[in-house]
Design a protein around this ligand. Structure first.
Ligand code: SAH
Length: 394
């Protein structure tokens, strides 16, 4: 099957960006082709540009598997998976964690596929028609190439709807006796619920940042906002924070946090959990004149795409402004955005304007990003979604 593009619309492909939007397409020679099947992308002059998966229901109508004129078959996916494994071996040589991302979608040349490894279990997420088409082959290949026998599927993300796909979860390969696992992260242990947890169970992209931020926590009174199952909190307690207050709106996440504290034998008497809405609680703390030596803000994705950037900017500014007010002088704000629709420069501007309106001076002492197991293809800048700033209040 062949898709011919409108004149000039080959430009992004020549820059090796992997997405083709519906508006770029002049004609499809077999419009009833199966969802996820492989198509050739041709320039308006009929020249071969790339081989891609076809997503008839989605605005992103095709996603590139290869820019070469080569077969897209099981052996093609084997090559891609091997390359992804080699990249992790390079980047994770000394990392003391046994949970990491093995396949990171477009950045590993595998649009639609996310695979996270938790010890001896893989959790696979398929988000596009193309990944759905190849899912069973990729599952077989993962078993062959990693030697791991067990794969759990967590294809229950909303974006599947845009591709006309229904949510799917459950065991894809092997058997699992317990869907609650314990992983190691820089000497600490965390329980991961791969069945119900967020994403594939754990925010693996923040692993190195949790370790790094922990090192700043000694003797500080820490407020960890959007704490989930306590990642930053437990690293802070292990680094002898004076106290840690953890806030999240999810009771399930906080229940797991309490178990994680017990598991690590960190001083539980220095820790408090609070279930609630961070936007409201920060206001309440401001009204009560509370103050902290360190505040961590790791909110959910406010802007999945650039279309949501304006509203999201207001939300980021709101929490960062309140946090600057609640910080003591010399206090540390660790602030993140995982929104694809807000780039690093815009995020820094938002945090700067929050400081300005809060009437405080602050300096960035460190820029943080997603871990090296979440690579960013140079041709797919959208892959660099996690931005973090460590700021010290003057
Ligand atoms: N820092 C965590 C990940 C945070 S994910 C880690 O390292 O593991 C974002 C968290 O924000 C989720 O746990 C979600 O339950 C919570 N959340 C979302 N909206 C919220 C709100 N308005 N108030 C409090 N928590 C919220």
């Amino acid at each position: 099957m062949k898709i011919t593009l409108n004149p000039g619309r080959e430009k992004s492909l020549l820059r090796r960006h992997p997405w083709i939007f519906a508006s770029a397409i002049k004609s499809v020679d077999a419009p009833s082709a199966a969802s996820g099947s492989t198509v050739d992308l041709l320039s308006s002059e009929g020249n071969f540009l790339a081989r891609a998966s076809y997503s008839p229901a989605s605005q992103i109508r095709a996603r590139v598997w290869t820019f070469n004129d080569e077969p897209v078959d099981k052996e093609f996916f084997r090559k891609k998976i091997r390359a992804a494994i080699v990249l992790r071996q390079m980047s994770k040589v000394e990392s003391p964690t046994n949970a990491y991302r093995l396949i990171h979608g477009e950045s590993d040349g595998l649009p639609g596929f996310v695979v996270d490894q938790y010890k001896d279990i893989l959790v696979l997420q398929s988000t596009t028609a193309g990944s759905e088409f190849w899912k069973e082959s990729v599952a077989d290949l993962l078993v062959e190439e990693t030697g791991i026998q067990t794969i759990y599927e967590r294809s229950d993300v909303d974006v599947r709807e845009l591709e006309g796909l229904k949510p799917v979860t459950g065991i894809l390969r092997g058997t699992i006796s317990d869907l609650r696992l314990t992983i190691d992260e820089y000497g600490l242990k965390f329980q991961v619920d791969i069945e119900h947890g967020h994403k594939t169970g754990f925010y693996l992209d923040q692993s190195a940042n949790r370790h790094r931020v922990g090192e700043f926590s000694k003797d500080r009174e820490v407020l960890n906002c959007f704490c989930y199952t306590g990642g930053f909190s437990i690293h802070a307690l292990a680094n002898r924070a004076k106290s840690v207050l953890s806030v999240d709106s999810s009771a399930d996440a906080l229940a797991l946090l309490e178990e994680n504290i017990a598991l690590n034998r960190v001083p539980a008497d220095r820790h408090t959990s609070l279930e609630g809405d961070v936007f409201q609680l920060l206001r309440k703390f401001r009204d009560e004149n509370r103050s902290f030596d360190m505040i961590i803000l790791d909110p959910p994705k406010f802007a999945p795409t650039a279309a949501h950037a304006e509203k999201a900017s207001r939300a980021y500014k709101d929490i960062n402004l309140l946090a600057f007010k609640l910080l003591r002088r010399g206090g540390i704000l660790v602030t993140f955005s995982c929104s694809g629709g807000i780039d690093a420069a815009l995020f820094q501007k938002i945090v700067a304007s929050a400081a300005l309106d809060a009437g405080v001076d602050a300096a960035i002492i460190e820029h943080l990003s997603q871990g090296s197991d979440h690579p960013v293809s140079l041709h797919f800048p959208e892959g660099a979604y996690l931005k973090g700033l460590v700021c010290v209040k003057g």
